[in-house]
Design a protein around this ligand. Structure first.
Ligand code: FAD
Length: 558
């Protein structure tokens, strides 16, 4: 049985480490000593905090929760301890409230300098970083902080917003407007009409009515405006494994780096319930956990990450140093000296006329806790025969009553790793139906009642009572947005790179590189994407050095 003990109990010592005088002496050069009189709000949920506060004297009470009367103390920091959480690493709004209990004296280290601590003081930085990550995990686990989502459970907009926050590792609470008394009181209090659901109550006090992901992200401080005056050394499109690896190496090697992603960090890998073949994780790791580490690591080195921000157009040959302009979906522009295309691939959709009626409610492209809450104990179908399908089957089988695995081919072996085939065979509630495809959906108002299956040999059709379908039938490259960029694509839309362009990962446009699944000929695996993302940085250095030398030569000649 899974361990139900909260992380705050199992990992308390690492979550709240005690730093000694020697540690404090090392920290002094990164911050300033400040005094907070008794009762001062040192940190307020929804507002950007001054930084991490390393306590010299006094106590800081840290609380989570909604109305003042219901707030619970998470911890009290005394001398030797420190106040802060991952949000302070990137100067994002705090998730908790913290108040001085008695007069407090602390070394306050702002976000920018915190990143210097983590890099320059490796051993101390490791203890601090581990504590910040564990504190975020604790907040996610407790589910008492962050925005409150209120709406009917299982509806597409509610799922859309829940998925966005879950996949971006942001704590939140979801209340069912149909059954939760507290939700109904709040809806009455704010006079919310049913057509405006779901609503989001943001920690800063704002109420959003059925917001887009971008509106929600801006409201909770996840997404900020791009500074039009900054010219980034590297603009990376896509925060999957390839983009995040490029960001970690680029930022750690001193390049000013911006990563954009239109959905969430982690890309396809973030959708994997368990990655078992990534080197160094013998017991496997969930894709989201692996990618969250990479996301935090990139921020530790100072990479800026903008989610959700979609690149819509790449224009090259801008004036002077800002050679590349990326136009974003929200009208903003990113200026950069080099660009890394890491936009990966997106799931393929089933060719069924009324598919869109059920997407977002009953047809799913991810198998995570959000989806399993909807179909626990029911019969479900899953179509696909690759490793991603296999992982999803193994994950879902433990939660659903029966899983029909619908496979077009003769067997699984041709397309799936043997370890997954063996595991699926051992699952008593999974039935693999080969030479079969899904050919129709029956239901109404977004609620699926029957799934039609067709035998590919006999043409025979059968309607099965199934309310949820998981689709893992492969992916196409995310390159539509490159249509007018002059970047050469192959007949399937993948970006062509190669040594003819000066480097294996270089595209036909000098200064634009492509890594990971979006690249023609790449191996569609996490390790390959990470390898390419880290390799591309040396090519960027060489390209930027060449540009600088050419500019110097030109200046000297003038
Ligand atoms: C469910 C599942 C399970 C898998 N399991 C494994 C496994 O166990 N082992 C393994 O090795 N591989 C596995 N894979 C494959 C692996 O995840 C991919 O090969 C890898 O994620 C590719 O990384 P990437 O960074 O190149 O692209 P992606 O992961 O596709 O990331 C691309 C990112 O770019 C963003 N993006 C796209 N267009 C734009 C735009 N215009 N503007 C801004 N952002 C954009 C997307 O939102 C996305 O986040 C799995 C894949 C899936 C779907």
């Amino acid at each position: 049985m899974a361990n139900q003990t909260p992380i705050i109990e199992t990992r308390r010592l690492q979550m709240f480490p005690h730093l000694d005088d020697h540690d404090f002496a090392r920290l002094r050069r990164f911050g300033e000593v400040r005094t907070f009189p008794d009762g001062t709000a040192i940190m307020t949920a929804g507002e950007v905090a001054p930084g991490l506060a390393f306590v010299l004297k006094g106590k800081i009470d840290v609380r989570q929760g909604g109305a003042a009367s219901q707030r619970q103390t998470i911890v009290q920091h005394g001398p030797g301890s420190f106040l802060g959480e991952l949000a302070q690493l990137s100067d994002r709004p705090a998730l908790v409230d913290a108040t001085a209990e008695g007069d407090v004296q602390a070394i306050v280290v702002p976000g920018r300098r915190l990143r210097d601590v983590l890099v320059q003081e490796a051993e101390l930085g490791e203890r601090i970083m581990r504590a910040l990550i564990l504190r975020r995990v604790g907040l996610l686990e407790a589910g008492q902080t962050g925005p409150i989502l209120i709406g009917p459970f299982g509806t597409s907009d509610m799922l859309r917003l829940e998925n966005f926050l879950t996949r971006n590792g942001h704590p939140h609470r979801s209340l069912d407007s149909g059954s939760d008394g507290c939700a109904q009181t709040l809806l009455k209090q704010f006079s919310v009409q049913p057509e405006h659901l779901p609503i989001v109550l943001c920690p800063g006090g704002e109420i959003l009515r059925n917001p887009s992901e971008s509106e929600l992200a801006r409201c909770i401080g996840l997404l900020r405006s791009i500074d039009p005056d900054v010219i980034y050394d590297a603009a990376i499109v896509g925060a999957g494994p390839a983009g995040l690896a490029a960001a970690v190496y680029a930022a750690s090697e001193g390049l000013s780096t911006l990563v954009l992603d239109c959905r969430s960090f982690g890309g396809q890998a973030g959708a994997s319930s368990r990655i078992e073949n990534y080197l160094g994780f013998p017991t496997g790791i969930s894709g989201l956990a692996l990618m969250a580490r990479a996301y935090n690591q990139a921020q530790k080195f100072g990479a800026e990450i903008a989610i959700p921000d979609e690149a819509k157009l790449l224009a090259a040959d801008g004036p002077g140093d800002a050679r590349f302009h990326l136009k974003l979906g929200n009208g903003e522009t990113v200026r950069a000296r080099s660009v890394v295309l890491a936009s990966g691939a997106r799931y393929r959709r089933l060719d069924i006329p009324n598919l869109s009626d059920f997407e977002g409610t009953c047809v799913h492209y991810w198998a995570s806790a959000v989806e399993t809450r909807l179909c626990a104990g029911q019969d479900v179908a899953l179509t696909g025969a690759g490793n991603s399908a296999g992982q999803a089957v193994v994950f879902l089988a433990g939660k659903v009553k029966k899983l029909w695995m619908v496979v077009r081919g003769k067997n699984l072996e041709a397309t799936m790793s043997q370890y997954l085939v063996d595991r699926i065979r051992a699952l008593p509630n999974v039935e693999v139906v080969t030479r079969t495809e899904i050919c129709g959906f029956e239901g109404n108002e977004g609620s699926l009642q029957k799934v039609r299956l067709r035998n590919r040999d006999t043409g025979e059709e059968e309607a099965c009572e199934i309310g949820h379908v998981f689709s893992f039938i492969g992916a196409d490259p995310n390159t539509d947005w490159l249509a007018d960029s002059g970047i050469t694509l192959d007949e399937k839309g993948f970006v062509i790179t190669g040594a003819d362009n000066g480097h294996l990962l270089a595209t036909n446009r000098e200064g634009v590189f492509a890594v990971g699944d979006v690249r023609c000929g790449s191996v569609k695996r996490v390790a390959a994407a990470v390898g390419e993302g880290s390799t591309v940085v040396s090519a960027i250095h060489a390209y930027l050095a060449g540009r600088r030398a050419a500019q110097d030569q030109k200046a000297a000649a003038e």
